[in-house]
Ligand binder design. Structure first.
Ligand code: RNT
Ligand code: ZN
Length: 413
């Protein structure tokens, strides 16, 4: 049944010059970095209390992970329902210290050994994020702090993070991305916009001066337009990081929740990649603000996927970033990951050369006709076949597994 549907879809796509087998091969090899923090509402293992830094998870769905074992089991469950082999994105606040208090500037590779073991056994890659929030020393500012002791503390945290990512890369034989995001900013109009940015620049210089293997560790900086309680000014703005990254030969990470609501990240990717070999993305869904809703198969996700496919999948380090505590957290991961993959598949199933040619020849009527017609092509049949060939549930069947896990595991927590 599934393979029959696939064969018929394959023929239909072949008529417009699209090779569905090739698309499946490409999708299979494309890793997405699944963010560990959807599993516990960005709580981490430090007992740090509430989430700070102008970001927020809302909802109180039962069964969130409370320990490394629970979080890893939940990730396992999610991965068993997502086709392909992926990466896991770890935040520093998910260090496994077995009850010992280890401050952020003291974290060592050994505190992440269980994550490495987890990844190794499953053939996953690992990415790393220093955690510049939910900490007493992050109450005012971090890398841009006017308090030299605080600023230095957070510089040490950044330096420690590079060493941990280097350890990930060496152990797993795959490069690791370190993504730096800080919440620093002001609620109201600043008197001086320059001084905090100058300090952030200095702090980043100090972090990057660490001795680390640049072929194994990619460093990215993530900008933002505003946060809750930090509405008027963000130290790490888009222009700040775009210039910093270009000058220092590191990567920009674009989070599509971090721009003005009508400003599209899909339109930025081509420009970024004309000036650097690689960039990184946090794919999320902002509803009216940077609300980090679960990624859907919506127009902008598809448009970003199109740009990734057109510009080279190996040039965009792809991660998800959302935290919805109002629904089953494992389902949230599965929906978001599968949607990102569906968006990529839909981009791979476009007759991209033909469409490009129509644009170059300014045959816009035909271009519009074709782009609209392919929207109802049988991508679902290719997707189902892909899921089946990857030994994951086809269609809605995965949800039965989540419900069972909710009853057997989550509701008992
Ligand atoms: C915050 C940034 C950042 C965080 C994670 C938890 O607005 O998007 O990437 O979501 O570090
Ligand atoms: Zn982000």
């Amino acid at each position: 049944m599934i393979s029959e549907r696939y064969e018929s879809a394959k023929k239909k796509y072949a008529q417009i010059g699209v090779d569905t087998d090739a698309a499946i091969e490409q999708l299979k090899k494309l890793p997405i970095s699944m963010h560990c923090w959807q599993g516990d509402d960005v709580q981490g293992f430090e007992n740090a209390g509430s989430l700070s830094g102008g970001i927020q998870a809302t909802g109180n769905y039962p069964g969130k992970a409370r320990t490394p074992e629970e979080l890893m089991a939940d990730i396992d469950k999610a991965l068993s329902l997502i086709p392909g082999t992926h990466r896991i994105n770890i935040h520093a606040s998910y260090a496994v210290t077995n009850g010992k208090k280890v401050d952020r500037d003291e974290i060592l590779p050994e505190h992440f050994a269980p994550w490495v073991e987890f990844a190794k056994e499953r053939g996953l890659g690992l990415d790393f994020n220093p955690t510049y929030f939910s900490h007493p020393k992050a109450q005012n500012a971090t890398l841009s702090s006017e308090d030299e002791e605080i600023r230095k503390f957070w510089v040490r945290h950044g330096q420690a993070s590079l060493k941990i990512a280097e350890y990930f890369a060496k152990e797993l034989g795959k490069p690791s991305l370190v993504n730096i995001w800080i919440p620093d900013g002001f609620k109201d109009i600043p008197a001086d916009r320059t001084a905090p940015r100058a300090r952030l620049k200095k702090s980043l210089d100090e972090i990057l001066a660490t001795d680390y293997d640049k072929s194994l560790v990619y460093v990215a900086v993530e900008s933002k337009v505003f946060g809750i309680g930090l509405e008027s000014y963000t130290v790490g703005s888009h222009e700040f990081y775009m210039n910093y990254a270009a000058k220092n030969n590191i990567l920009c990470l674009l989070d599509n929740g971090h721009y003005h609501p009508t400003e599209m990240v899909s339109d930025k990717i081509s420009s970024m990649l004309l000036f650097s070999d690689k960039m990184a993305l946090h794919v999320t869904r902002g509803v009216r603000w940077d609300s980090d809703h679960v990624v859907l198969l919506d127009d902008e996700t598809k448009e970003m996927a199109k740009e990734i496919v057109l510009n080279g999948c190996d040039r965009v380090l792809l991660a998800l970033d959302f935290f919805d505590a109002s629904i089953n957290r494992i389902a949230a991961w599965v929906i978001g990951m599968r949607n990102m993959q569906k968006a990529l598949l839909s981009a791979m199933l476009r007759p991209n050369d033909k469409l490009r040619q129509l644009q170059e020849e300014r045959r816009f009527t035909e271009l519009m006709m074709m782009q609209e017609e392919i929207k109802t092509y049988p991508m679902g049949d290719v997707w189902d076949y892909f899921c089946e060939s990857q030994n994951v549930p086809v269609g809605m069947a995965w949800f039965d597994e989540v419900k069972k896990y909710e009853n057997d595991v989550l509701l008992k927590r």
